[in-house]
Design a protein around this ligand. Structure first.
Ligand code: UD1
Length: 420
């Protein structure tokens, strides 16, 4: 398993390009199952999770072609299998996103239950409830969701009990080819949900309200082909900005969109970062100053994203003052705390609240990455720490950050990957 070795204490300086958003690319790729015409998707990030979805589509019989310049062509005209097997779903929970498209177009799907994962139990009851409301029979057999509809899916009014991103996306995709109108109340408002709706509308879907908490889908008989450019990754953007804050550096990020991460930019500004933005770029300058600690509380969009919690906690560990971090979206999303403590961080845990007292200087140490965003927080800590930090199990980071060591090196970080 690869390791990342970081020699820290270097302020990051320079410019990098932000990749397409993982959490938009994944549902957009699965949404291509809704049409028998070819679709071209651009600005696809180079990530393990994307490769996993592409092999899943391939196993189902779709023709998937990777083009130069981050483009993928999917031709789902030849799909002849409706199964997402355990081996793939186990490595990536987002595989469950094939459920809605398969049911909508073919009336059947067999998807392995994702089960527990490192950041909590993460059930899919809301996805299934929505499918059942549209006339799908669902049963769980041998660890698989067996879903089948006797006739074309029927539009329905669905009230989500909790805000779920992939749940909203799955139901929206199921409703696209259903008969009649579907209304999703208490829908997730994440920009990636809106990006998926924009993509589907280009193919001929009739979706309004995506990006708000009420989405209305008028079912259509079929979708055509089309071409789409995935929006920038707001979490990758936030992570590089946090890297500039923690190292007291100055960075400019290109190919991104400041309007996607307002809550994050406000918190980064509170740490003392001077932020400037243009339509497709963001710069942050710490002017060499130590960051100030900030309080954050995670919640669905547009509030502070849970996917930036670990990175902001890393910033708090070296900041001036005490920062209180409250995680409300996932249970058990504090696995980075123990590892940060190994580097000298002063963090007290009380249920879903972490009280971080800034220590000024972290010490390099061997640490273990436990999930995607936890790994990002350890990299940030390593960039700010004295001497050497060795991050084990770095494969988690490759699921969500494109070319991370190249991009960090471009900003002057001393980072090296070692195969072991
Ligand atoms: C998506 C993102 C992930 C992000 C998360 C929250 C993708 C591919 N992943 O994950 O990066 O961290 O949103 O912003 O887009 N829940 C239920 N029942 C359900 C579904 C969810 O109880 O049927 C709960 C979950 O356990 C969790 C909360 O709802 O506590 C939110 O989860 P959800 O928004 O569904 O996360 P994902 O869509 O899996």
């Amino acid at each position: 398993m690869d390791k990342l070795i970081i020699h820290g204490n270097v302020p990051l300086q320079g410019e990098v390009r932000i990749s397409g958003a993982k959490n938009a690319a994944l549902p957009i790729l699965t949404a291509s199952l809704l049409t028998s015409a070819p679709v071209h998707i651009h600005n696809i990030p180079h990530l393990h999770d994307v490769t996993t979805i592409m092999s899943l589509l391939g196993q189902m019989g779709a023709r998937v072609t990777l083009h130069e310049n981050l483009g993928v062509e999917v031709d789902a005209g030849s799909v002849n299998s409706f199964q997402a097997p355990y081996d793939l779903v186990r490595t990536m929970r987002a595989s469950v996103l094939v459920l809605g498209p398969l049911l909508s177009r073919f009336g059947r799907a067999e998807v392995s239950l994702p089960g527990g994962c490192a950041i909590g139990t993460r059930p899919v009851d809301q996805h299934l409830k929505g499918m059942q409301a549209m006339g799908v029979d669902v049963c769980i057999e041998n660890g698989y969701i067996q879903a089948q509809a006797k006739k074309r899916l029927q539009g329905a009014t669905i009230v989500m009990d909790i805000v779920t991103v992939t749940g909203t996306e799955n139901i929206m995709m199921a409703a696209v080819l259903a008969k009649g109108q579907t209304i999703i109340h208490n829908a997730a408002r994440e920009p990636e949900v809106e990006d998926l709706a924009n993509f589907l509308n280009i193919l001929g879907a009739k979706i309004t309200g995506a990006g708000t908490s009420t989405i209305v889908i008028e079912g259509v008989n079929e979708l055509g082909g089309g071409s789409y450019h995935v929006l920038p990754d707001r979490i990758e953007t936030g992570t590089y900005l946090a890297a500039a804050v923690i190292t007291r550096g100055k960075v400019k990020l290109k190919n991104t969109r400041p309007d996607l991460l307002e809550s994050v930019l406000l918190k980064l500004e509170e740490t003392g970062g001077e932020i400037n933005t243009g339509q497709d770029w963001i710069s942050l300058d710490m002017k060499g100053n130590r960051p100030r600690a900030v309080n954050i509380s995670t919640a669905p969009y547009p509030a502070f994203p849970t996917d930036m919690q670990a990175q902001m906690m890393a910033v708090n560990t070296v900041a001036e003052g005490v920062g209180i971090v409250t995680e409300t979206v996932f249970e058990n999303r504090f696995m980075h705390v123990q590892e940060l403590q190994r580097m000298g961080a002063d963090i007290a845990l009380k249920g879903n609240i972490a009280i971080c007292t800034g220590v000024g200087q972290l010490q390099g140490a061997p640490v273990m990455a436990t999930d995607l965003r936890a790994s990002a927080s350890l990299i940030l800590a390593g960039l700010a720490a004295e001497k050497e930090t060795v991050i084990n199990r770095i494969y988690h980071i490759d699921r969500g950050y494109s070319c991370i060591e190249e991009k960090l090196s471009q900003l002057g970080a001393r980072v090296q990957r070692m195969a072991s």
